[in-house]
Design a protein around this ligand. Structure first.
Ligand code: GLA
Length: 373
């Protein structure tokens, strides 16, 4: 049984009376099916985002192209069963945690105690373990102002081997500037590693419309963190200049992807973390990436408070999974730009710390802004 609740009227009134705050006047429609809610946010420009409290997953993002034609730029499914039953679960659209990315051999030490995580990506732990934050039911509610969805999850002490009760909150806001703002907040009662990120696979041509190799990518990063053959960083942060990892100026993703390069071999293509150039603004919101798709004119700009970004170009997609429109998700049929702290930070003393202390708050923000030209 599906119950519907529409906050459109409220949001419109809010828009009329709020003056300056008109930027955040999206309408939110809620559908409920058992424990699962689906939220559809629509802004004044017609951009539409559908999400669910299962895994805090973004299920679709309808974005106009340069002719105003809407297309769904996010890979995923239109039904819960597919998310639950897909043979491979590639984290389509989800929030990953407690620790996004890899922790070497699934081990880390905090204050002399060693912790062990499931080795779900041998020989390492990946994306929070067997049942990470992408596979749990969050508690969702529409924000008081009616323009955002707030999702909360309590990860209990010992869950997936991590220490401390971790209270997490992820807020998705759709603005009238065609931005999806993702705000992360967390507190703990024991020191724990935390690294939350958003794992949407984008294809700005529209999901299922072939590969993303023609998209032009700019990464605001002069350095990256090369990895060993198990995708664990070596700890070095060399310059990208003169390598296939140089995206400081817009470049087609496919341009250098087949070059002879050990790092590209390890990743099966790009599957690496870049060190963002923060221009002295550590912890502040700065531009991280820009992606432009020439045939549709769609553009995506990503800003973040995080120090790093994982650029993964869908190397593990192989055409077996079919998405919501029934079209196969081919090799490199989508790319992820996961804003984050660097992989394996709990074991890498030279990287910015990912340990949240009980007296501190984890606060992070990432903004995905769409346009067309
Ligand atoms: C991240 C990892 C990749 C892969 C995907 C999910 O981007 O870095 O290696 O595991 O998630 O398939």
């Amino acid at each position: 049984m599906i119950a519907r609740r529409t906050l459109t009227v409220f949001s419109l009134l809010f828009a009329l009376f709020a003056g300056q705050t008109l930027q955040q006047a999206a309408a939110v429609e809620v559908e409920t099916s058992g424990d699962i809610q689906y939220y559809t946010l629509t802004n004044q420009q017609g951009l539409k985002v559908k999400l669910t409290n299962f895994g805090a997953i973004i299920m679709s993002i309808m974005v106009p192209d340069r002719n105003g034609k809407l297309g769904d730029v996010a890979l995923g499914y239109d039904n819960m069963a597919s998310y639950l039953n897909a043979v491979d679960k590639p984290y389509f659209g989800a929030i990953v945690g407690r620790y996004g990315n890899r922790i070497a051999k699934g081990k880390f030490v905090i204050a002399g105690s060693e912790y062990s995580l499931a080795i779900n990506n041998p020989p390492n732990s990946l994306h929070g373990g067997v049942i990470g934050f992408d596979k749990v039911v969050w508690t969702g509610k529409v924000a008081d102002e009616g323009e955002a969805v707030v999702l909360s999850y309590l990860s209990k002490d010992g869950e997936e081997g991590y220490p401390g009760n971790l209270n997490c909150q992820v807020t998705y806001t759709l603005t009238d500037d065609n931005e999806i703002v993702v705000d992360y907040l967390a507190t703990t009662d024991k020191a724990t590693p935390i690294n939350l990120t958003q794992h949407t696979y984008f294809n700005l041509k529209g999901e299922g419309n072939g590969n993303i190799l023609g998209h032009q990518l700019m990464l605001n990063a002069n350095r990256y963190t090369p990895v060993n053959e198990t995708l664990i960083p070596t700890g070095k942060t060399p310059e990208v200049q003169g390598t296939p990892f140089d995206f400081t100026k817009p470049k087609a993703i496919g341009k250098d992807i087949n070059k002879e390069n050990e790092q590209l071999t390890f990743g099966g293509g790009y599957d690496h973390n870049w060190v963002l150039d923060k221009g002295g603004k550590t912890g502040e919101l700065t531009l991280a990436a820009k992606v432009y798709e020439p045939t549709t004119g769609r553009q995506l700009e990503i800003s973040t408070t995080e120090p790093g970004i994982q650029f993964y170009c869908g190397n593990f997609l192989d055409g077996r999974l079919k998405g919501k429109s029934g079209k196969p998700y081919v090799h490199r049929g989508g790319f992820c730009l996961e804003t984050q702290h660097f992989p394996d930070s709990p074991n890498q003393p030279s990287f910015p710390s990912t340990i949240l202390q009980p007296e501190d708050e984890y606060v992070s923000q990432t903004v995905f802004k769409f346009s067309a030209k």
